[in-house]
Ligand binder design. Structure first.
Ligand code: SAM
Length: 213
């Protein structure tokens, strides 16, 4: 979805700095202050229209959630959900998730979620995949020692690539699931893309990995 379809998106973001954080680098190392508590901080990179992060925030009021999204025209949809949810433990960042080290201090994040990340199937675009080594290097800086990363996708090629990428990075596989919706889903919050691809009959893959540091 391109910005020209929603030319008002940047204005709407600017009008809601309590939810889509202005100058997020100012809060580097101070996110607990911003939330006003010492609860764990979980971030979703590529949060899209925001269903996952807003539902998780409602479900777990004792965890602080931050949804990170690159596209203004998409994050405004997540903003609508955040306005409606009206809860204190949800914030949105209109930034590039590859630059998390500009916005979070070392060890400031407890958990990272990647849901249905863009697959970038061409080999020449591999560096854009959110599970590429360069992204993992950035995530490792901001996540607490032994912090975990959960990744869901319906894209088998991206899933296989990511398992190799995690393994080559020295990460430890905690759980691997090849058909998430065939299992007990009581802990699972479905994303917009998850609903869409599941309805088409695609199995949903999920992996939870830990950094080895
Ligand atoms: N997670 C959502 C879901 O499952 O419904 C959205 C999935 S959509 C396929 C991927 C999203 O990631 C897009 O909205 C895209 O703009 C965003 N994205 C891609 N690269 C990103 C990056 N480097 N930083 C932040 N967001 C990114």
């Amino acid at each position: 979805m391109r910005l020209r379809n929603k030319p008002w998106a940047l204005d709407k973001i600017a009008e809601n700095p309590h939810l889509v954080v202005n100058n997020p680098s100012d809060w580097k190392g101070k996110w607990h202050q911003r939330f006003g508590n010492n609860n764990p901080i979980h971030i979703e990179i590529g949060s899209g229209k925001g269903r996952f992060v807003s539902e998780m925030a409602k479900k777990h009021p004792d965890i602080n959630y931050i949804g990170i999204e690159l596209q203004a025209s998409v994050i405004v949809v997540a903003l609508d959900k955040a306005i409606e949810a009206n809860i204190p433990n949800l914030q949105l960042l209109h930034i590039n998730g590859g630059q998390v080290t500009d916005y979070f201090e070392e060890n400031e994040v407890d958990q990272i979620y990647l849901n249905f990340s863009d697959p970038w199937p061409k080999k020449k675009h591999a560096k854009r995949r959110l599970t590429h080594e360069e992204f993992l290097t950035a995530y490792q800086v901001v996540i607490k020692p032994k912090g975990s990363l959960c990744f869901k996708t319906d894209n088998r090629g991206l899933f296989e690539y990511s398992l190799v990428s995690f393994s080559q990075f020295g990460m430890i596989l905690q759980e691997v699931c090849l058909d998430l919706h065939a299992e007990d889903e009581s802990d699972n919050v479905r994303t917009e893309y998850e609903e869409k691809f599941s309805a088409k009959g695609h199995p949903i893959y999920r992996v939870e990995v830990k950094f080895a540091n």
